[in-house]
Design a protein around this ligand. Structure first.
Ligand code: G3H
Length: 491
């Protein structure tokens, strides 16, 4: 187990001797008394005082003079980030293990999360070199010579989500850092431990105060950070409700820039001529990868009534073939859920759907035991059911039969969310006629493929209550910076 009592403030690795919280794995290991849960480790329950220390350190580091982090040359900052990436790679095995143990992500996906994060850092460095070439320049206009610079915003509070505690925290943190901001990182729960092996790398690679970490209950450590009003940007990935509540804690004396990745209810539209084997394969990946706990997951399937019977049969058969087990098992798809209370929530959604006339149609669907929730296909889902509009974030698959293409289109237009859509079909003209109207309602239209975030060099964002700002490689550099000007009159 990770017995973590350390946290990083102002370049100093502090030792915590106060209260700690135990992290129990959602997984089970074989013991003499049968399968048992196990302790992954502990993390410090810091108080308001340590939060304020972190804020103070980030503020001091931001206000330092010439040549320090915020005013350092781009190439020097890149060297620090490269140094961090180098040190990070040495910790791969430990981080991957902790991802698997704490959030139940499969070994293969945990490895992917780590490698994708390293790649994100490398791509960010390349993108910054390009951006610097176009952003920092001299310009003469109307007798004024201007030196245009891309400058940091100030102090950025970075808070990633439980489903990608390493990768998505870093998609906020790394661009914020490399643009010269100073940062405070608050890790999610579950997902608090995988970054622990990287604390020393942060300490060694960055100057004091540039990155500070706070641990503990969000209710205790976050309000003091926000209430002080010194945070210039809040970078948060998680629920819309949490984002709203965080924003309200900021007095806005300083304007607050927000960069958010929030909720989504991405639909698939399955047209009558869709290749159903391909569609089912993609829908399984889209709805059930990491148990459906992805903001980009397909969360409702609109299937043309002519093909629902065949589609549902193929989907149920494919689910019956999925491997359910522990994250270290080969080819595992369904793993234990990391958050307490989730099975009860999914069961309540199924009860509600059942009450309004839908059924779980795959054998064993929705069954719960101490460790697993078995994926449930629910049919026919209607607007009266919670599953129609609520983001389930889990292995429950609502299927809506439709006769007229206006049904899924109206759904997307009237949804509170606007992240992505997948269209499955073979007639190019029909698909082409849907793209333009849909791309103006969501931010990514996927053709004959599931919804997903990557490749990370492509834009990733959402409309309405799904996002604010763009989180992908080069867009994030813009989100965490501002264009400034030094101007002089021409002689
Ligand atoms: O939870 C939201 C993530 O951004 C999903 O990313 O599509 O790569 O799994 P992904």
């Amino acid at each position: 187990p990770v017995n973590q009592r350390q946290y990083l403030i102002n370049g100093e690795m502090r030792q915590w001797d106060g209260e700690v919280e135990e992290v129990i794995s959602p997984l089970r290991i074989q013991t003499d008394e049968g399968l048992k849960p196990f302790t992954v480790g502990h993390f410090p329950l810091l108080t308001e005082q340590e939060s304020l220390d972190a804020l103070n350190a980030a503020t001091m580091a931001y206000n330092l003079g010439q040549g320090e982090w915020p005013t350092m040359s781009v190439s020097q900052r890149i060297e620090h980030v490269q140094d961090f990436a180098y040190r990070m790679k040495e910790k791969r095995a430990e981080v991957v293990k902790l991802l698997m143990w704490e959030i139940g992500k499969s070994y293969q996906d945990s490895q992917k999360e780590f490698d994708r994060t390293v790649r994100y850092i490398e791509d960010t460095i390349d993108a910054l070199k390009d951006l610097d070439r176009v952003s920092s320049r001299f310009e003469l206009s109307e007798g004024v010579i201007g030196q245009i610079r891309r400058a940091p915003i100030g102090i950025v509070l970075c808070m990633g989500p439980s489903n990608y505690p390493l990768n998505e925290t870093f998609t906020l943190l790394i661009p914020a850092l490399i643009m010269g901001n100073t940062t405070i990182m608050k890790l999610p729960r579950p997902g608090v431990l995988p970054c622990t092996p990287l604390l020393e790398a942060f300490q060694k690679a960055f100057p004091p105060g540039v990155i500070n970490t706070v641990y503990g209950s969000g209710r205790v450590v976050t309000p003091p950070l926000m209430a002080a009003g010194d945070i210039s940007a809040l970078a948060f990935i998680g629920s819309s409700r949490a984002a709203n509540s965080l924003e309200k804690q900021h007095p806005k004396l300083n304007r607050l820039r927000t960069v958010y990745g929030l909720e989504a209810k991405n639909p698939a539209i399955v047209l009558p001529d869709a290749d159903l084997d391909l569609t089912v394969r993609e829908c399984i990946l889209g709805t059930l990868s990491y148990n459906g706990q992805r903001c980009t997951a397909l969360k409702i399937l609109f299937v043309h009534r002519q093909i629902t019977d065949t589609f549902l049969e193929k989907l149920s058969n494919a689910i019956a073939q999925l491997h359910i087990g522990m994250p270290w098992d080969d080819e595992v798809m369904i793993t234990p859920l990391p958050e307490a209370g989730k099975s009860e929530y999914f069961t309540a959604l199924l009860d509600d759907a059942n009450h309004h006339g839908a059924e779980v149609i795959n054998p064993g669907g929705g069954t719960v035991n101490a460790t697993f929730f078995y994926p449930a296909v629910v049919y026919p889902v209607t607007a009266a059911m919670r599953l129609y509009s609520e983001e389930q974030f889990g292995p429950v698959i609502p299927v809506v039969p439709y006769d007229d293409i206006e049904t899924p289109i109206d759904y997307i237009v009237n949804s509170n969310y606007g992240q992505q859509v997948s269209i499955f079909g073979q007639d190019a003209d029909t698909i082409a006629s849907l793209i333009d109207p849909l791309v103006n309602q969501v931010c990514r239209v996927n053709l004959n493929s599931q919804c997903q975030r990557g490749p990370d060099t492509f834009p990733f964002t959402g409309r309405k209550d799904s996002a604010e700002g763009t989180l992908s490689v080069s867009d994030a550099l813009r989100a965490f910076s501002i264009r400034t000007l030094v101007a002089a009159k021409e002689k």
